[in-house]
Design a protein around this ligand. Structure first.
Ligand code: ATP
Ligand code: MG
Length: 556
């Protein structure tokens, strides 16, 4: 840990843990968990929760478990379990234990029977609509559901028959008997178990009743002996219920729930429901489409785990909802890639540059550093020949005052190579420039003039004879509005999709780039950061633009 990190004031969660350690609560133990529901891929918001939970355990020498909250068998699948495990590891975290709420179905069921025995739970026959109607609204007490005062023995009998599969779905729900007049709707006799005749990805056909989130979550924390259960703010109103179950069941462990603000990002949707729609309706090419805010999408695009962790550190942990500028995430990505990405040259919009005084069939292999500050990243050879490509926008026939790049009569440096001077421009019949003719100064090999003369620009280039054309994917924001949900009546976030979020282009790349393997990071000098896509084949890479080189954005 660096000095600046240790000096940083504790956030409110760290403070709570530090206080508990000091007072000896939980016997000096710290245990957290990250509890994803395996019904989708992890996104950048989950990354924040991961950094918080694993970060607390790390900072205070405790444990953090990975617990799959798999109590909704319809939506869940092992595909998601596997993806989540991969993503958490890739983010740089290793869990102490891997658990599943479904591991606890037996124990949870015993708790449910215990509630019934105590007269604290009952079987209710109301339909979903009636359930809501009886529950009422916060400002008025609800109505007493029929069956609320059913004798214990009858409730027990019904619960056991629910478990045995004797009833169809919806016929009964087991409810906690709390308070139909509570101003907190979550305490108006919440459901504890419902019948679902659905096969579970882990327990198969063993169960046809499944516990509700509020019941399963806190008690799973308890079973695992979690000390600090951190979740997002929307669960704050569930906390009294979380505690009610622990109190009434008088459990040996007392986890405590803490709530922090969820991450919201501009021009991004984050709920799994919306992300699933993007995938299922084909607006993107899968959960790991590089435009998706999923961990797998960001990885494929070329974001690094270090950049994502840095971002989570910078946004901090607060108790109030806010919206973070996507540009901050991109800033963090640039910061990290600047340190680790190999440099290479690629031209996206080529125009031919012919060096008149360079011999026709010669190749001069020049040495280029792979990183400006990291000598350990080595060097590579790049071929220099009579015909090159440069970027079309790097030449102007009639340059304005502030344009220092190539123009008629002007001398510039070609990166790692020579000074060249523009002699002539050749156009086709439509008046478009097809060729720029230059001379080079052999004395400037490597990029410096022995007489000390300076040039104002350095251009990237590739040898026309050696350059290979490879596909590049240029991404832009997935949504045109900062708030994708800001729509006219009758429309939804889909209407704010950016039609130009993916542009397929071609790059003329230097030979070294043909060796790129999936997930290799590069800076195409002066063009942007790129990452080889998983669609790359040996010798035939496909590149994703991770992020452009610059942005006016500066973090505050
Ligand atoms: P979503 O709304 O995207 O479907 P979720 O809360 O239903 O998310 P879970 O798999 O249940 O998804 O979430 C696992 C953990 O990640 C929870 O503790 C949840 O609070 C946290 N989490 C989810 N979204 C965010 C977010 N945007 N910012 C921070 N934490 C989040
Ligand atoms: Mg959830």
């Amino acid at each position: 840990m660096s000095d600046s990190e240790t000096e940083k004031p504790l956030n409110f969660l760290e403070q709570a843990v530090a206080d508990d350690l000091q007072s000896g609560k939980h016997g000096g133990r710290v245990q957290t968990r990250f509890p994803p529901e395996p019904n989708g891929y992890l996104h950048i918001g989950h990354a924040k929760a991961i950094c918080i939970n694993f970060g607390l355990a790390k900072k205070f020498g405790g444990k953090c478990n990975l617990r799959f909250d798999d109590t909704n068998p319809e939506a869940e699948d092992v595909e998601y379990v596997d993806a989540i495990r991969e993503d958490v590891r890739w983010l740089g975290f290793e869990w102490s234990g891997e658990y599943y709420a479904s591991d606890y179905f037996g124990k949870l069921y015993e708790h449910a029977e215990a509630l019934v025995q105590m007269g604290k739970a009952y079987a209710c026959e109301l339909s979903v609509d009636e359930f809501k109607e009886y529950r009422g609204i916060p400002t008025q007490p609800g109505k007493e559901p029929p069956g609320r005062n059913r004798p214990v023995e009858e409730n027990l009998d019904i619960l056991r028959r629910m478990k045995a599969g004797e009833f169809e779905e919806g016929r009964y729900v087991l409810r906690a008997k709390i308070d139909m007049a509570s101003p907190n709707l979550h305490l108006r006799d919440p459901a504890v178990y419902r019948i679902k005749k659905v096969k579970h990805h882990r327990t198969g056909d063993q169960w046809c009743i499944y516990p509700m989130y509020d019941f399963a979550h806190g008690l799973s924390d308890e079973i695992e002996a979690v000390t600090h259960s951190c979740c997002t703010l929307e669960f704050e109103v569930h906390r009294p219920l979380y505690e009610w179950f622990l109190d009434v069941l008088n459990t040996p462990n007392r986890p405590r729930q803490y709530e922090f603000a969820r991450l919201n990002l501009t021009a991004t949707v984050m709920s799994k429901r919306k992300l699933r729609r993007l995938v299922e309706e084909g607006h993107v090419n899968g959960w790991d489409d590089p435009r998706m805010p999923t961990v797998s999408g960001m990885r494929r695009r070329g974001y690094t785990a270090a950049a994502i962790r840095d971002f989570c550190e910078r946004i901090g942990v607060a108790k109030r909802e806010n919206i973070i500028d996507l540009a901050l995430l991109e800033y963090c990505v640039r910061e990290d890639l600047n340190k680790i990405a190999r440099r290479a040259m690629a031209v996206l919009d080529p125009v031919k540059l012919v060096i008149e005084n360079f011999p026709e069939n010669d190749t001069d292999w020049l040495e280029a550093a792979n990183h400006p500050n990291e000598e350990g990243m080595g060097t590579r050879k790049i071929p220099f020949t009579r015909e090159l490509y440069i970027e079309r926008e790097d030449f102007l026939e009639d340059p304005p005052k502030k344009f220092f790049r190539l123009a008629p009569g002007r001398e510039v440096r070609l990166r790692w190579a020579y000074f060249v001077t523009c002699k002539e421009v050749i156009k086709n019949e439509k008046g478009e420039i097809v060729e720029i003719r230059c001379s080079y100064d052999p004395a400037t090999r490597g990029g410096d003039a022995p007489d000390g003369r300076k040039v104002k620009a350095t251009l990237h280039w590739v040898s026309a004879a050696h350059a290979k054309q490879v596909p590049v994917r240029l991404f832009d924001r997935l949504f045109t509005k900062d708030n994708p949900d800001e729509v006219e009546e009758g429309l939804d976030f889909i209407s704010n999709l950016n039609p130009d979020s993916l542009r397929e282009a071609t790059a003329w790349v230097e030979p070294a780039l043909l060796e790129a393997k999936p997930l290799d990071h590069y800076q195409f000098e002066r063009v942007g950061y790129f990452c080889a896509d998983k669609d790359s084949k040996p010798g035939a890479p496909v590149f994703n633009r991770t992020v452009t080189l610059k942005d006016s954005y500066k973090p505050v």
